[in-house]
Design a binder for this molecule. Sequence first.
Ligand SMILES: Nc1nc2c(ncn2[C@@H]2O[C@H](COP(=O)(O)OP(=O)(O)OP(=O)(O)O)[C@@H](O)[C@H]2O)c(=O)[nH]1
Ligand SMILES: [Mg+2]
Length: 372
Amino acid sequence: MKFIDHTEIDVRSGDGGHGLVSFRAAKYQPKAGLDGGDGGFGGHVYLVGNAQLNSLSSLYYRRMYAAENGGKGGTNNCTGADGEDLLIPVPVGTIAYDRESGRMVAEVLEDGQKVLLAEGGLRGLGNCRFVTSSHQAAEESTDGTEGKEIKLQLELKLIADVGFAGFPNAGKSTLLSVISSATPKIADYPFTTLTPQLGVVEVPGADTWHNASFVAADIPGLIEGASEGKGLGHEFLRHLERTKVIAFILDTFPFDEMPPFNAFRVLESELFNFSEKMHKKKRVIILSKADLAPEGFNWDTVEKPFRDIGLETVRVSSVVGTGIPNLKRRVFELIQEEKHKIDIDAVTVTAPKEEDSYTWLVRAHEDAKFGI
Ligand SMILES: Nc1nc2c(ncn2[C@@H]2O[C@H](COP(=O)(O)OP(=O)(O)OP(=O)(O)O)[C@@H](O)[C@H]2O)c(=O)[nH]1
Ligand SMILES: [Mg+2]
């Protein structure tokens, strides 16, 4: 299925059902008793996190999503049926913005997390509700309130602990395939990877107080000028925005012989051009294809410039496996260190729990009743 990481949808919650004016008929007594019931509540619209999804493609071909309207009140004091809620499944990491105001209205960060987008309309009251000792033949009722319509922009920012940034062909996907069970396409030509891929990396022997695994994201290769749209552009960099750590995957022996440190500087400036947030990320340098080092290769010429600016380097070969256990452990440790820092940028908008919104609706309903 096509990888889609942004799309537009319109959602509408259900209207509340109208209350009914009705009187029980008895012989010679046309208004024997009031029996007009309340309408039903309109259905709510929610986003629901689903860890099985990794793209917004299932929402790409449809625009309108509406919850059910509440039913009308019936005779015999029957309450109309509540409209069914609409649950829209989205991948974990989805953010919803109001297209008109640009405001963020929801963020789904966990599997099964239910976030309210639009509350259903309140039910109308039947004439039974209006009866008082001095007003026995009430002919009043209220209409249900309308549902809400919101035009949304949905964006997916994958949730990974570490993101790979590198030029095409640097060996990012090969590395992901070696450290996780992901099976990305690998080939000796640039831009093999066209969409981001995630892999879960198990870390044997890691501190068992923590979950001994992390999620790595391989994103399509970047080139100089990506922030101006060159190559595949910087479109996919958004998927690095949430990662705690960025691993720069640098080909130690590239065809064009560009020193890894120069490659790093180009990549870093593309990242910085994309977003301010990139300045704050923990960085680690992965020197790939170490198996291609000639006998007696002086690694210090490659590693020293990084050391001089305080960056740690890890040598790996995905082909022969050199350095892979060390890489897993170091990246894991860096992620743990970062996780303990408080992320002041993290903003989560979570709907009230189901019972809270229900209580709220009942209260609003009661208010409407006492406002008569
Ligand atoms: N010798 C050697 N070759 C490697 C190693 N890792 C990757 N390669 C080769 O490098 C080429 C590119 O590998 P990929 O993993 O597809 O590179 P990528 O960075 O994902 O490339 P894009 O998806 O195009 O951005 C392939 O021919 C791999 O076989 C390694 O550790 N040693
Ligand atoms: Mg690739």
